[in-house]
Design a binder for this molecule. Structure first.
Ligand SMILES: NC(=O)c1ccc[n+]([C@@H]2O[C@H](COP(=O)([O-])OP(=O)(O)OC[C@H]3O[C@@H](n4cnc5c(N)ncnc54)[C@H](O)[C@@H]3O)[C@@H](O)[C@H]2O)c1
Length: 317
């Protein structure tokens, strides 16, 4: 079991990850470019937790727990020397990452696991910097780490399978959902997020809608479903033949940007049309339709009530 941890890079993400680990009972040693920055990072996250506790979004004892379990180390070497798991969260600059990972790898115990919080850099391209790279993998928390549940877990070609299992288990114990995926630039989250942003920006450039209108549509229509159903569940429920048809009209209008993906066409050609045929990307049986509809309606009603209670986000266009 992973009990002792170190975070290298006590900035925004490193501080958030430290809070997650500490509140899940781990000891956390923070390191930064120097001892003063590490100590300042530690004090900042205790203050942040006090703010969260005042707003009652973490338990009242969270600041005390974090203050007790998180310490600042004078150097990277001292922080990582005797812990089970190390997370690197230094700036997204390949040279800084490689240099830091080399220092971590040289000082960590041979059996320690080493994660990187990189958002987009392929893990394989960083692995060469780490001594014993079979213990190295991507562990990509989302912002804000204390509150966003999902974490991409990204082994490179030589990562031990047991390292993935141990990290996913640790994340589950921290209340997070670790999702193993393959190692490509941008991983899954950022490829999806940037694809959506790219189309949104084109709609603005073409004068179709303002940023405000697009955000409103995204939040109140398809985005409203996303906390409950991902793109494949949504497609299966809608019907893959319907998706194929929609791709034809989109492809006719925007041939450089839209065409039905091969995997969708193949499913439609083989009669796998989604939930109505009992098989699509998922295997939800048609008989589950009433149960699914009941869940969906309850989920959407609860989300509507939550959004009503919270009010609109304080953003200005
Ligand atoms: N901010 C986000 O929304 C977000 C989300 C997901 C992933 N990430 C990733 O997390 C990582 C950290 O991002 P951040 O937003 O926390 O950055 P940040 O600038 O807030 O923190 C980086 C920290 O690293 C320290 N640092 C710089 N050079 C160092 C060195 N040589 N040795 C030790 N520490 C050093 C800095 O002093 C700083 O405290 C990046 O890889 C980023 O892509 C960021």
């Amino acid at each position: 079991m992973i009990e002792t941890t170190a975070i290298v890079g006590a900035g925004y993400m490193g501080g958030g990850i430290a809070q997650v680990l500490a509140l899940a009972g781990r000891r956390v040693v923070l390191a930064d470019a120097n001892a003063e920055l590490a100590a300042a990072g530690r004090d900042r996250i205790v203050r942040e937790a006090e703010g969260h506790a005042r707003r009652r979004i973490v338990p009242a004892d969270a600041p005390g727990v974090i203050a007790e379990r998180v310490t600042a180390a004078p150097s990277i070497e001292e922080a990582v020397a005797d812990v089970d798991f190390i997370e690197e969260a230094v700036p997204e600059v390949p040279e800084i990452k490689r240099e830091t990972l080399a220092r971590i790898g040289a000082s960590a115990r041979a059996d320690a696991l080493i994660g990187t919080n990189t958002s987009t850099i392929s893990i394989g391209s960083l692995a060469g910097a780490v001594d014993r790279p079979e213990r190295f993998l991507g562990v990509h928390f989302s912002n804000p780490a204390p509150f966003v549940p999902g974490v991409e877990v990204i082994p490179h070609q030589r990562t031990d399978a047991s390292a993935v299992d141990r990290v996913v288990e640790m994340l589950a114990e921290c209340g997070k959902v670790g999702v193993p995926i393959a190692d490509v630039t941008g991983f899954v989250l950022n490829r999806l997020q940037y694809a959506l942003f790219g189309e949104a920006a084109r709609l603005v450039e073409e004068g179709v809608a303002s940023p405000e209108a697009i955000d409103l549509i995204a939040r109140t229509t398809f985005g409203f479903r996303l906390p409950f159903f991902g793109p494949f569940a949504i497609a299966d429920i809608a019907g893959l033949d319907v998706y194929d048809f929609c791709y034809r009209s989109l492809g006719a209008a925007y041939p450089d940007r839209f065409s039905a993906p091969d995997v969708l066409r193949e499913k439609v050609e083989s009669g796998e049309l989604g939930m109505k045929s009992g098989r699509g990307f998922l295997a939800t049986a048609p008989e589950s339709a009433p149960e699914l509809a009941a869940y969906r309606d309850q989920a959407y009603a609860a989300l509507s009530a939550l959004l009503h209670r919270l009010g609109d986000p304080p953003v200005t266009y």
